[in-house]
Design a protein around this ligand. Sequence first.
Ligand SMILES: Cc1ncc(COP(=O)(O)O)c(C=O)c1O
Length: 355
Amino acid sequence: MRALNFSSGPAMLPEEVLRKAQGALVDLDGSGIGILEHSHRGKEFGKVLDRTEAAIREVGGIGDEYAILFVTAGATHHFAMVPENFLGEGQTADYCDTGIWSGKAIEEARRVGNVHVACSSGPAFDATPRELTFSASPRYVHYTSNETIYGTQWAAAPAAPAPLICDASSDIFSRPFDLTNHALIYAGAQKNLGPSGISLVIARKDFIATGATNLSPLAQYRTFSAEKSMHNTPNTFGVYVIGEVAQWIRAQGGLAAMSERNARKATLLYDFLDQSKVWRGHAQPSSRSLMNVTFRGATKDLEDTMLARAEARGLSGLRGHRSVGGLRASIYNAFPEEGVQRLVELLDDVEHGRA
Ligand SMILES: Cc1ncc(COP(=O)(O)O)c(C=O)c1O
């Protein structure tokens, strides 16, 4: 039996996709060769790449003015790659500081050029900021749509006077999104899309063209765009899984259906936390993440009891991030509603001494 895995990433993927991938490891689409064994330059993988891109475009409603790129690296790679490509001398990039991930992006950008912090929700990081103060003429404005560790999420993209760049690693394809004013979106795949070590980039072609030209080819977004993510051997298996997940999302009813389901799951848990006498949510209601629900128990003992009981009931991955402690339930697209119900029952049982 599969556990109910609340891990923040790598995280649960749809079981249908995993079963299909299991078959494709041995034989991709009846070719007699497994996905790990096919040449990336061959016809079969070409079809996989095309259908993955097509499914992403369809699910995300992404037009031809945007390039779809598969970069063989996680989201952290883009913390450096974004400023290296787009933050030139004498320019300033504005960053929204909403938690540990945006903090890391800021740190990397500072190595490259001038950074202006347009807003910060620290030190508590329990809400997305309402007030943003931009620099005179930002090159771009970077934000993290969902802060995986603190469990906050922007309800909508910030209004900005410059092209937006978004780290959407932990909420991509969890709800419909408005591409307006977005120059580039990047997302590590290991939460809502597929395996770790590969990231999806959705970037305006005209914005890519403005990037630096003095970097090595694999450090430039334009190389991925010009060469269809095939400058070198891509993560073929990662591309395959992302394509299968995108097709699964489409079959579930697309992003509107994902959003409804995710809202139902998160509401169940937040409603429970709101009425509890011993469990308390971290994020302020207006900024609550639908993907990562962070909370604490009244005592450390209670949290430890809950974690021990959780394992016994087949619920795993509920410990909060090592940097902030507490508890966290990551409930991405593929996480079943029934699993959230089981968590609520467990929390209620521990609260009332029944477990
Ligand atoms: C919002 C966000 N950005 C960036 C990262 C880092 O991703 P990676 O480990 O793939 O570099 C993570 C975590 O995995 C994340 O949640």
